[in-house]
Ligand binder design. Structure first.
Ligand SMILES: Cc1cc2nc3c(=O)[nH]c(=O)nc-3n(C[C@H](O)[C@H](O)[C@H](O)COP(=O)(O)OP(=O)(O)OC[C@H]3O[C@@H](n4cnc5c(N)ncnc54)[C@H](O)[C@@H]3O)c2cc1C
Ligand code: FES
Length: 293
């Protein structure tokens, strides 16, 4: 059945691999696209990048982090259970051209998200260099899959426990120092990484694409929630993107919009965690007597 969970397993701390039955999405998926799902009947719509798909098996793969209430609900679903709603593929596919040498940088869920890009750019005849970043060595995942399709894989860890000490943007400098001629760059992951990496490629004039992860609601261009400023123009990430020119994105605007509901999100997260742990019952909090919200 569409949306039935095949696998929902932890791959490294706080990152889960979710394989869902979704034959129609698996048949039409293209690199760079995403899906929106609702974990349960009371849940909200959450977008996830397609990290892989198998048309013959009728499945799609997502890597996700527990960030708040909805992703927490998702972590608790088991194989055989189904998410409430699943729609996709959404967004414009990434433009896969023969550029020459393509640099792909991934951090956070982007270690999953760059895999289909690496595969497609390689199939198109490019030399593919993949930069994988994490805080520490044991948070690197999906490396084997990316090595299958990339010409070179560079690991960067913030604590220096493996590979380059630092982040994607520091590794870009190392590539430049060794004289690597990069024709195209694409970054997937947290906003800060995509911004700093775009800043790193700009002086060298390397055309750079980022997969923006703006807040989304409907995912069809109707609500305006995902709007971003790119080159001074308003764009909707869900239908005009999620890929945009990293050198034209107004990053201040992206950060401001992403942080708009952080206080409410944190409150809701703490409340739901407490309820799941039994400290708050459906009808209110047994510690402070406040009613459930
Ligand atoms: C196109 C796209 C692709 C994405 N791909 C992935 C992915 O492959 N794996 C993954 O783990 N995450 C991905 N995200 C981010 C993911 O959608 C959010 O982490 C998720 O919606 C958080 O929901 P929550 O209720 O658990 O947390 P919330 O309590 O809603 O928020 C917790 C944090 O997540 C951020 N966030 C909340 N809602 C969204 C949203 N709709 N879009 C973006 N950020 C949000 C908030 O700014 C906040 O910092 C993607 C987002 C977009 C727009
Ligand atoms: S999410 Fe509503 S317009 Fe993009």
């Amino acid at each position: 059945m569409k949306g039935t969970i095949v696998i929902n397993e932890q791959v490294v701390p706080n990152v889960k691999r979710l394989v869902l039955e979704a034959p129609a999405i698996a048949r039409r998926a293209k690199p760079g696209q995403f899906v929106i799902l609702i974990p349960d009947a009371e849940g909200e719509r959450i977008p996830f990048t397609l990290s892989d798909w198998d048309a013959s098996e009728g499945t799609i793969t997502i890597f996700y982090l527990e960030a708040g209430v909805s992703t927490m609900k998702l972590t608790r679903l088991k194989p055989g259970e189904a998410v409430h709603t699943l729609v996709g593929p959404l967004g414009k596919p990434t433009e896969i051209e023969k550029f020459g040498t393509v640099l792909l940088g991934g951090g956070c869920y982007g270690l999953g998200g760059i895999y289909p890009l690496a595969r497609a750019f390689k199939e198109k005849g490019n030399k593919v260099i993949a930069l994988l970043e994490a805080r520490t060595s044991y948070l690197i995942y999906n490396e084997d899959k990316i090595r299958e399709v990339a010409d070179e894989v560079i690991i960067a860890t913030a604590d220096g426990s493996r590979g380059v000490r630092g982040h994607v943007w520091e590794s870009i400098k190392i590539l430049e120092e060794r004289g690597e001629n990069i024709d195209h760059a694409h970054f997937v992951g947290c906003t800060y990484m995509m911004m700093t990496s775009s800043n790193a490629t700009e002086p060298a004039g390397i055309p750079t694409v980022v997969s923006l992860n703006s807040l989304m609601v409907d995912g069809t261009g109707m609500c305006g929630c995902c709007r971003v400023l790119v080159g001074g123009e308003t764009k909707f990430s869900c239908v005009d993107g999620p890929d945009f020119d990293g050198h034209l994105v107004d990053w201040g605007n992206v950060f401001a919009r992403a942080g708009a509901y952080v206080a409410e999100e944190n409150l809701a997260y703490q409340f739901h965690q407490s309820r799941a742990d039994g400290a708050i019952k459906e009808d209110g909090c047994k510690n402070c007597s406040k009613e459930a919200v």
